[in-house]
Structure formats: structure tokens, C-alpha cells
Ligand binder design. Sequence first.
Ligand code: ZN
Length: 250
Amino acid sequence: MRYLILSDIHANWEALQAAVAAASEEGWDEVVCLGDIVGYGADPNRCVEWVRENSRYVIRGNHDKACVGLEDLEWFNPVASRACRWTQTELSSEAADWLRQLPLGPMPAGSNGDRFTISHGSPVDEDQYVVNLDEAAQIEGYLEQSVTFFGHTHLQGGFEYAAGVQRIPGVPAADEGVSVSLEPLARYMINPGSVGQPRDGDPRAAWAVYDPEAGTVTYRRVFYDLHSAQAKILAAGLPEVLAFRLSIGH
Ligand code: ZN
């Protein structure tokens, strides 16, 4: 089985389309979505529809719950809360109902005997950012499977737990993909990066493909129609910074 791992799509239809088109060249068996399907971008309904139709395993992200009224927007910065309020008015009732019933991670995933964990933030808390080695080390005791996929930080890369914790980089700027061989005795926290709002300085849409049989995770990046995504954000009256940050990947 090959799993297409998507996270933090953030209502960016152009980025999702480009990622799916590029991933189709190699193919996959099942789609896994780590949450934050909506929020920030201008196409929440289309993105929800695609994930709903295509994903075998989906958990909610903090923006998904906030955009359907399950969380107080006081916790959000002004830009995020403005985008959330806009999304609340834009979402169809069908899309909102579907988002509302999404399970909270961590959640077991995998078919045909494959077993891995998916979470939005950390496996301890869906709102927790796992960015540095210290934060990664603190959650080691909560890793139930050898591989856990997580998102939330919008940073492609991850952590290997073997003799200590080591950082696994994502795709270098000059490349389109990089394959990581998983050691059988190690544990992993793997972040596919953000499809729709990367924050690692690389504006390209990010995702990963997991092949448990081969013991590999392949990180991928692709350019997408950034200008259309930005134009839609501006036309919708969403904060301008949400359009601008897409061009610098931050
Ligand atoms: Zn996010």
C-alpha cells in the first residue's frame, strides 16, 4: 500500500490540485489527511469536497474546528480569526456538518495490516507545535506506532528516534523529492509539510508518500498556480497578508 499524506491544505484549491496531479504520476492506494483542510484560503468548499471524496483517513485540525464553531476564536491571532469568520460564512452547511464530525487525533490509520498514527499537532495535543528537537524528545513516550504523521507547523520534515532524536529534513529548494529510508528499530514523527500554506521558506505545495512495505517516506514539492490562489484571497476580502505569505512560503 502507498499512502498519499496531505496536511494543512487550508482551502488552497490550486495547491491541492497541483499536488494531486504531481502525486498521480507515481500513484497511491489511499489518501490520508492530517487536518486544517480549511482556514486562510479562498476555496474551503472545494477542498472539503475533495478530501471527503478521496481520503480514507481524516482527522480534524484546529482551523477545521474553529471554522465550524467548535472553538473560541479568542485563541486565534486577528488574521486567523478574520479568515475563520469568513470561512464560517462561506462553508456550505453540508461541508460544515462534515467538518464538525471529524475525529480528534491521534488516530490509528493504515490498511491491510499497516499500522501508523495520525495527529494534527502532537500525539498529546492537537494544538501543540512540534518544531525543535526538545519538543520532539518530550513526546517520545507517546508514540504508539513506529511511524506517526503530524502537521500543524507547516514545516516539511520530521524526527527520527533511535539513539536520541535526530531531525529529518524535507525537500531541498533545488529538488522536487527526497526519499527517507525508515530504520526498522527506530520511531518516526513525519510531517509531510503544508499543501496550501508552507512556512518553511519554500512556497511550493508540500506532501509525502508513505510506502510501509518498502520502508520509505518520500517528501515531495511542486509549484502551483500561486497567482490564482492569491487573486481569489484578495477578491474574497480576506487579509492581504494571507495572499502575500504564499509567495514567500512563510
Ligand atoms: Zn494549519
